[in-house]
Design a protein around this ligand. Structure first.
Ligand code: HEM
Length: 504
């Protein structure tokens, strides 16, 4: 009885303290009323935008929610990003910005402190980021990626070429294609077995979904879920870790014993900074160790599969749905690549495709598969006219920012012309967009290091697909997707047939 009274008193004090903090918070904002321990999880669920659409007026461009005791601010207007996406030079040793942090405790348990995306330690983050960026942003890597991806696409398309018409779930097809390309270009492992492709793609998907779970589910609830669904997610991501670790050790030994290095991120990371006379040398840094490489490869593999496959589904959907856009795209393909639908596509030729570039930019504005970003404030700061204290989380609503009708004309319309200047047949709209009005890859110091490879990937598949095949959408008035840290596309059924010889 005495213990119960004691626990009751502690709880009461906690609740009083919780609401004291809540009612005295700086700059209160609109949002659901929170409860101790659980915050606003029952009102918000795992997708804040849904709640905002049903409960907030369009004029509200910044609001708040709670995860247990953590306050999360949701800015939905470009003007709030100026301070958050403040640029700093990665190579400088100056202290990071006040919004540098993104880390979430749950990720520490599966060994992500050495990687990039969820690393809160500036020096460890900087080290990994420099090595990975050096490879991912290099022209050498881009050319290798284009060549390998085309080879794999050819293997995959053989099946379609045997039939006049193929009906398939594109979301499944693209999961397998992207998993194969990713394992080949990131880890250097050929995968042939369909069930391995499916299970690795699922592991990548669960790994990314875990992010949203870690952000929005209060600890008290996630501990209960650990016994059920969340545990399965964790198992999947650990499975990806285990797979990669043994491959790294094997490749390091092989390279030590004189094996030539191949084109893939793993080999390129293994050799970076082995000697200081290479052109890729990073000053004052030792090469990455196995543990660091492992953390980075897991993260890059998961992002490459899950983010890009969904982007590719949205791309095919938006082009197939807009005959005028398809016509302009095919006209450019004919001009740049000629009428041979099997011609190898080069890096330089892709660079020359202005309309394709605008198409991909519009895709990442209109149907970005990763519509939000998370940053954590680590000291007192003022954003807009509001004051925030250290430890406040910021859930940046990129989707609303890039679809804001105050900045974009008819934002719901899929229109690549906005990214073309008037002299190139477009509307020139993008050139007049306000600062931070277009942020598909975030901004500042932690901007996505995969952005160039994503753009190449999307452009390449658009050419490979639409120069050779007619795509018809089946039962697709709208594309089906569910938010699981990415907009995860499912049941996207299309009909594929070979185009006749000439490109119209
Ligand atoms: C359509 C595809 C993708 C989109 C829309 C996307 C978007 C983003 C965004 C918004 C961020 C947060 C940036 C910030 O905090 O300012 C990010 C970070 C990151 N992305 Fe991507 N990404 C995509 C694909 C990829 C790919 C393919 C890779 C790997 C090759 C990748 C690797 C990363 C990494 C490592 C980070 C963490 C960067 C850091 O914290 O320093 N992403 N991405």
């Amino acid at each position: 009885m005495e213990i119960l009274t004691f626990v009751g008193i502690i709880l009461l004090f906690y609740i009083i303290y919780y609401y004291y903090c809540y009612f005295t918070r700086p700059s209160p904002l609109p949002g659901p009323f929170p409860f101790p321990f659980i915050g606003t999880i029952f009102q918000i669920g795992l997708n804040p935008r849904k709640w905002a659409e049903n409960n907030l007026s369009d004029s509200i461009d910044i609001w708040e929610l709670y995860v247990g005791p953590f306050r999360i601010i949701v800015p939905c207007n470009a003007k709030y990003l100026d301070k958050i996406y403040l640029s700093r030079d990665v190579s400088s040793s100056s202290k990071e910005s006040k919004f540098f942090k993104r880390g979430i405790a749950a990720y520490d348990e599966i060994g992500l402190l050495n990687a990039i995306a969820f690393n809160n330690n500036f020096h460890k983050w900087k080290r990994s980021r420099q090595f990975v960026t050096k490879v991912l942003m290099s022209k050498k890597y881009h050319i290798g990626f284009i060549n390998r991806s085309q080879k794999i696409f050819k293997e995959f398309e053989e099946q379609w070429d045997k039939n006049d018409v193929t009906i398939l779930d594109f979301s499944k097809w693209v999961s397998r294609y992207k998993t194969k390309v990713t394992f080949d270009t990131v880890i250097g492992q050929p995968l042939y077995n369909l069930s391995s492709l499916d299970s690795l793609s699922k592991a990548a998907s669960e790994y990314i979904a875990m992010f949203i779970f870690s952000v929005f589910v209060p600890k008290i609830i996630s501990n209960i879920f650990m016994f059920f669904g969340f545990n399965a997610m964790k198992k999947d991501s650990v499975f990806l870790n285990g797979t990669i670790r043994s491959i790294i050790q094997k490749r390091r030994d092989e390279i030590r014993n004189g094996s030539t290095t191949n084109f893939n991120l793993l080999d390129l990371l293994l050799i970076t900074n082995l000697s200081n006379d290479s052109e890729e040398y990073i000053e004052d840094e030792q090469s990455l160790n196995d543990e660091e490489i492992e953390g980075n490869l897991v993260e890059i593999t998961a992002a490459s599969i899950e983010m890009t496959k969904n982007a590719l589904s949205f791309l095919v959907y938006n082009v197939a749905k807009n005959p005028l856009i398809l016509e302009k795209l095919r006209a450019e393909i004919l001009k740049v690549f000629g009428s041979d639908t099997n011609l190898m596509i080069t890096y330089e030729a892709l660079e020359n495709c202005r309309y394709l570039d605008a198409l991909v930019k519009e895709l990442l504005r209109h149907s970005n598969p990763g519509p939000y970003n998370l940053r954590v404030l680590d000291s007192y700061e003022c954003v807009g006219n509001y004051h925030f204290s250290p430890g406040t989380w910021f859930w940046l609503d990129h989707h609303r920012i890039m679809n804001d009708s105050n900045h974009w004309k008819e934002p719901i319309k899929f229109n690549p012309d906005r990214f073309l200047s008037e002299e190139n047949g477009g509307t020139g709209e993008f050139n007049k967009i306000c600062k931070n009005g277009y942020v598909p890859f975030g901004g500042g110091l932690r901007m996505c290091p995969g952005r160039n490879i994503v753009s190449i990937d999307l452009k390449l598949l658009a050419v490979l697909f639409f120069r050779k095949y007619n795509i018809e959408l089946i039962n697709n008035e709208s594309i089906k997707f569910v938010y699981r840290a990415t907009n995860h596309v499912h049941d996207f059924i299309i009909k594929i047939s070979q185009k006749q010889n000439t490109i119209t």
